[in-house]
Write a protein that binds this ligand. Structure first.
Ligand SMILES: *Cc1c(COP(=O)(O)O)cnc(C)c1O
Length: 423
C-alpha cells in the first residue's frame, strides 16, 4: 500500500463527490466527525434564510407559513430512515441526555405497570461499565428520583448477555461505544432482553449516520441519539428520540408515563388546556418549544447523510477503518501504540482507538500538524472516520503524520501536556 494506491482508491470511491458538500479547512485532516460533524456548505445559507426571512419577515406567522411547528417531526422522520424506524416514531427534541431520561423513565413505568411483576423483583437496569458517562449519570439520577427502587447494574461489554435475567427491567446500552467503537449486536441483545421480560433502550449517538441501524427489525423498544456527530447538525444540535409504535399505543391513558410533561407533548397544545392530556403520537416525547434555527441546521446535516445511503457509508467506513488500522500497525507498530478497538470491522462502528502512554500530548502534536482526532481519558487516541468527507489519502497522510510525531517525540514539550477544558 502506497500513497498512490490511496489516491487510486479515492478515484474509485462512489462517495467521492460528497466531500464537496462540506466546507473543510485547508491543511486539516478531520478525524473527529464522530464528535462534531463537519459543516455542510448549504447550512449557512439555509440558516440565514430561516433567520432573515422566516424569522425576520415572517415573524410569528412562520410557525404556520414556514411550517416551523412541524419541523421537529419532519427532521425526525428523516432520521427515522437512517435508523430503521417509521416516520412517526421519531421526533427531534432536547439533548441526548434529556431524551434518555424520558425514555428510561417511560420504560421503567411500562415495566412497573405490568401487574404480575413487582418492581423490587425486576429492579435492574443493565448497562455497560464504560457507557458514556451522561448515560450512567442520567440513569442514577432517575433511580434516585424514583426512590432507589431500581439499581444500575454495570458490567463489561462481553458480560451483557450473562447479566440479563428475569430481574432485569431495562437493558440500556449505547450501540457503538464512544471510546473503542465496539458495537453491540442490537438484534441479539434486544431478543435476549425480551425473552427475559425486559425492555431495550438504545443510545445511537455513535451509530446514526455511521452504521446501518434497523430499530424495528431488531424490535427495539426505545432509542435516542445525537444530532451533532455523524448527522452534521452543528454544535449542540437537537437530539432525537424513538419510541416503538406498540409502546406509544400502550401508553395511551397513562398521562405521565413520559414524566417531562410539557405543553408541546399535549395532544392539542393550542387548546391551552389546564389538564395535561398527552399526545398519542411520538409528540408526547417533545416537551417545550424547539430551537428552529438549530433544527434547520440539523435538517441540512441529516440530508447530507440521506443523500449517500447507508450501505455506501458502511462499506466506505469499513474500508477506511481497516486501512487506518493496517497502516498504523505497519508504520507505527513499534512506537508504543496498541489497538483498543475490535479488530474485526463487523464488531465496531466508524471509529478507531489506540492506547499510548502519552496519548494527550501525542494528540495535541497531531492537532498542531492539522490532523484532528481527540483524546479520551485515560490513554486513548481516538479517530473518527466520517465516510462522507474523509478520503483514503487522508488516512495515508494522517498515519504519516502520526509516524513522524512519534518518531521525533514532538509531543514532549511541556506546553502540550496542559489539558484544555474540552479534549
Ligand atoms: C455524544 C453522546 C451523548 C451526548 O449527550 P448530550 O446530552 O447531547 O450532550 C450522550 N450519549 C452518548 C453515548 C454519546 O456518545
Amino acid at each position: 500500500m502506497t500513497r498512490d494506491d490511496c489516491i487510486a482508491l479515492d478515484a474509485r470511491d462512489p462517495l467521492r463527490q460528497h466531500r464537496a458538500v462540506f466546507t473543510l479547512p485547508q491543511g486539516v485532516i478531520y478525524l473527529d466527525g464522530n464528535s462534531l460533524g463537519a459543516l455542510p456548505r448549504a447550512t449557512s445559507a439555509h440558516v440565514r434564510d430561516v433567520i432573515e426571512h422566516q424569522w425576520g419577515e415572517g415573524l410569528i406567522r412562520s410557525w404556520n407559513s414556514a411550517a416551523w411547528i412541524d419541523l421537529a417531526r419532519r427532521v425526525g422522520a428523516k432520521i427515522a430512515r437512517l435508523i430503521g424506524a417509521l416516520p412517526d416514531e421519531v421526533v427531534c427534541a432536547d439533548s441526548t441526555s434529556v431524551n434518555l431520561f424520558k425514555v428510561l423513565a417511560t420504560a421503567l413505568r411500562l415495566q412497573s405497570s405490568r401487574p404480575q411483576v413487582s418492581v423490587l423483583e425486576r429492579r435492574f437496569i443493565v448497562t455497560e461499565k464504560t457507557n458514556f458517562p451522561t448515560d450512567l449519570y442520567v440513569a442514577e439520577g432517575l433511580i434516585d428520583l424514583l426512590g432507589h427502587k431500581h439499581e444500575l447494574k454495570r458490567v463489561d461489554f462481553d458480560e451483557i448477555h450473562a447479566a440479563i435475567d428475569d430481574r432485569t427491567a431495562v437493558v440500556m446500552l449505547t450501540h457503538v461505544n464512544f471510546r473503542t467503537g465496539a458495537m453491540h449486536d442490537m438484534h441479539a441483545i434486544t431478543r435476549l432482553a425480551h425473552d427475559a421480560g425486559a425492555l431495550a433502550v438504545w443510545d445511537l449517538s455513535h451509530s446514526a449516520g455511521a452504521v446501518p441501524v434497523a430499530l424495528n427489525d431488531a424490535d427495539a423498544d426505545f432509542a435516542i441519539g445525537c444530532g451533532y456527530k455523524y448527522l452534521n447538525g452543528g454544535p449542540g444540535a437537537p437530539a432525537f428520540v424513538f419510541a416503538a409504535t406498540r409502546h406509544l399505543r400502550a401508553l395511551t391513558g397513562d398521562a405521565y408515563a413520559q414524566p417531562l410533561a410539557g405543553w408541546l407533548g399535549h395532544r392539542a397544545p393550542f387548546d391551552f388546556d389546564h389538564r395535561y392530556q398527552p399526545a398519542s403520537s411520538i409528540d408526547r416525547f417533545a416537551v417545550g418549544t424547539p430551537s428552529i434555527v438549530a433544527l434547520s441546521a440539523l435538517e441540512v446535516g441529516v440530508d447530507t447523510v440521506l443523500a449517500a445511503g447507508p450501505d455506501a457509508l458502511r462499506s466506505k467506513s469499513i474500508a477506511l477503518t481497516d486501512l487506518f488500522v493496517r497502516l498504523v500497525e505497519q508504520r507505527c507498530g513499534d512506537q508504543g501504540l496498541h489497538l483498543a478497538s475490535p479488530r474485526s470491522s463487523a464488531h465496531r462502528g466508524s471509529q478507531i482507538c489506540f492506547t499510548h502512554v502519552d496519548a494527550y500530548a501525542v494528540m495535541q502534536a497531531l492537532i498542531q500538524r492539522g490532523v484532528i482526532g481527540d483524546f479520551r481519558a485515560p490513554d486513548l487516541l481516538r479517530f473518527g472516520f466520517a465516510p462522507l468527507y474523509v478520503s483514503y489519502v487522508d488516512i495515508w497522510d494522517a498515519v504519516d503524520t502520526l509516524h513522524q510525531v512519534l518518531a521525533h517525540a514532538e509531543w514532549r514539550p511541556a506546553a502540550s501536556q496542559v489539558r484544555a477544558r474540552v479534549t
